[in-house]
Design a protein around this ligand. Structure first.
Ligand SMILES: Nc1ncnc2c1ncn2[C@@H]1O[C@H](COP(=O)(O)OP(=O)(O)OP(=O)(O)O)[C@@H](O)[C@H]1O
Length: 251
């Protein structure tokens, strides 16, 4: 069953058609990778899922409910979380505080002025936040300032900030961009581990090792359109993909 169903989505920026009749069905519990050359429209598509952009035409349905016309906060409440290319964290706060904020926002529906005064009295939120930091391998650093973390650890922290909300759908925009091979491999392991929880994931990624290790299904975009979709082995051998994606090189 498709947890996310995208039909006929178009998006223009002035004279540029960034998305051209995009159809996409993401199966519940799967890892669905979206690949394609720079400028293919991948991030624009993701932005249409989280309310940052509104498609000109088409529909985006999550769990049977339209995501169009509702604000990013409500989409998040519905169970869609996103990890950005550049981590969006609170640099001056500790890791545990960073993770508690989305935990409270998820529980209470919005930020509250009495957020901090309530923090210590809500042990279950703290315990959940600590468990998630443990999951992503950051438990030892939980009292450090987030701004002092390495790039790889900042991305792990942002992932923890998403996981603490118990999302149904996790959107990962280039989760290993700029990482060393060792950090990339650690991220693959981590995403495989959280995969066991059954969270559906959409991953935009240029690193083919990450894509072919994690993905159950791959959609290939070029010039705003999905030009191929299928299981990794089928995509690898698809001549149209070779041509459009890498100018004839082999994936
Ligand atoms: N806000 C915007 N205003 C105008 N043009 C935009 C805007 N956002 C994206 N574009 C253009 O839309 C096209 C698709 O961009 P998009 O960022 O979605 O591609 P992408 O596949 O994510 O690329 P990359 O892999 O480099 O991140 C590009 O030509 C880009 O320049």
């Amino acid at each position: 069953m498709a947890i996310l169903d995208v039909q006929g989505v178009c998006k223009d920026f002035g004279g540029l058609r960034a998305l051209n009749q995009v159809n996409l069905q993401v199966r519940e519990g799967s890892v669905h990778a979206i690949i394609g050359p720079n400028g293919a429209g991948k991030s624009t598509l993701l932005n249409c899922f989280v309310g940052r952009l509104k498609p000109d035409t088409g529909s985006v349905t999550f769990n049977g409910k339209s995501l169009l016309g509702i604000n990013p906060h409500e989409i998040n409440q519905a169970g869609v979380a996103r990890v950005f290319q550049t981590p969006e964290i609170f640099a001056d706060l500790s890791l545990i505080e960073n993770v508690k904020i989305p935990a409270f926002a998820k529980r209470d529906g919005a930020f509250r002025l009495d957020l901090w005064s309530r923090t210590d009295s809500h042990a279950e939120v703290r315990d959940h936040a600590e468990a998630v930091l443990e999951d992503v391998g950051l438990a030892d650093k939980r009292h450090m300032h987030a701004g002092s973390l390495s790039r790889g650890d900042k991305r792990r922290l942002e992932l923890a900030m998403c996981l603490v909300q118990d999302p149904k759908l996790l959107l990962l925009d280039e989760p290993t961009a700029g990482m060393s091979r060792a950090d990339t491999n650690a991220t693959i392991d981590l995403l495989q581990r959280i995969g066991e929880r059954g969270i559906t994931k959409i991953v935009i990624e240029h690193d083919m090792t990450v894509v072919f290790t994690l993905a159950h299904t791959i959609s290939v975009m070029a010039q705003g359109a999905v030009i191929a979709e299928g299981e990794p082995e089928a995509i690898k051998g698809n001549p149209r993909v070779q041509e459009a994606y890498l100018g004839g090189a082999h994936l």
